[in-house]
Design a protein around this ligand. Structure first.
Ligand code: CP
Length: 309
């Protein structure tokens, strides 16, 4: 396969194994080029539209755009006409008429990138929508796992933390299951969404048990901003003791266990500082791979003439 079938990247749920493999292989081909520039997408203008805060995703998309020789346009939502009541769709239609070639969007409401994709005949890339999906994050997580241990078929991946409010968890589950990994989700019962086992994952509420024979553990950020109910966990201290990764727990876990975190880290909650800065984590490699993944996604989508809308 040399092309994606669709014009957009909305999520990993509907991507085939071949499409996932194409993006990952393309990302590996960019791995050595994340600090250099080409003219591959010269003449293209790509808009980043972030309705929620971001550091890693926004900057790495910006770096990917620059590396490929395209121009970046960024709207500061706080200063835009959205504040005067303009709808998102009207904003997007107006921007398209100004010669935008693709839109990268992050929004607090699930489904917004899909809505834009249906109304605009240009590539829409989901940079995180509500609890729904964060496809480029999962792609960079998966790329990092493959980089460390090769083929993910039958590898055991534990996703621990706030599964209920996490778009990163959903995209990881879709992508990892498609690639044949065995996925265990681990969280307090209050943070495990009902019916998640129907996706084919194993549920475990004891992290030490979940980590038996695990190859990777991906510790999710506690999504305080999405938790309307403050009582999902009794306290951060208790959460850290039961669901956090710290030295004593790492000594009980497999010696070759690799620790991932999508960032930003709440130190002392998901990870102790010893683990966040320790030898088993690959968090900063994830960040570097994020540039390669975003270069791959932009390159594949912007050269993908004739893909299905
Ligand atoms: N992991 C992630 O999406 O980080 P940002 O919110 O900083 O983009």
């Amino acid at each position: 396969m040399t092309k994606l079938k669709t014009k957009d990247l909305i999520g990993l749920k509907n991507l085939s194994k071949e499409e996932l493999q194409l993006i990952i292989d393309t990302a590996f081909s960019y791995k050595e080029k994340i600090y250099s520039q080409s003219t591959e997408l010269k003449g293209k203008t790509i808009l980043t539209l972030f309705y929620e805060p971001s550091t890693r995703t926004q900057v790495s998309f910006g770096t990917a755009i620059k590396n490929l020789g395209a121009s970046a346009q960024n709207i500061s939502i706080a200063q835009s006409s959205v504040k005067k009541g303009e709808t998102l769709l009207d904003t997007a239609l107006n921007l398209k008429m100004m010669g935008i070639d693709a839109i990268i969007i992050r929004h607090s409401a699930g489904g917004v990138p899909n809505l834009l994709a249906k109304h605009l005949d240009l590539p829409i890339i989901n940079a995180g929508d509500g609890f729904n999906e964060h496809p480029t994050q999962a792609l960079l997580d998966i790329m990092t796992m493959i980089d460390k241990k090769g083929d993910l078929k039958n590898k055991k991946v534990v996703i621990v933390g706030d599964i209920a409010h996490s778009r990163v968890a959903r995209s990881n589950i879709w992508g990892l299951m498609t690639l044949g990994a065995k996925v265990t989700v681990c969280a307090p019962p209050t943070l495990i969404p009902r019916g998640i086992e129907q996706l084919g994952v194993t549920i475990e509420t004891d992290l030490d048990k979940a980590l038996v024979d695990a190859d990777f553990v991906n510790a999710l950020r506690m999504q305080h901003e999405r938790q309307n109910n403050p009582n999902f966990i009794p306290s951060k201290r208790e959460y850290h003791h039961r669901f956090g990764l710290y030295e004593k727990r790492m000594k009980r876990a497999p010696k070759d266990l690799i620790v991932l975190h999508p960032g930003p880290i709440n130190r002392g909650v998901e990870l102790s500082s010893e683990v966040a800065d320790g030898p088993q984590n690959v968090i900063l490699e994830q960040v570097q791979n994020g540039i390669a993944v975003r270069m791959a996604v932009l390159s594949l989508l912007l050269k993908n003439k004739g893909a299905k809308q």
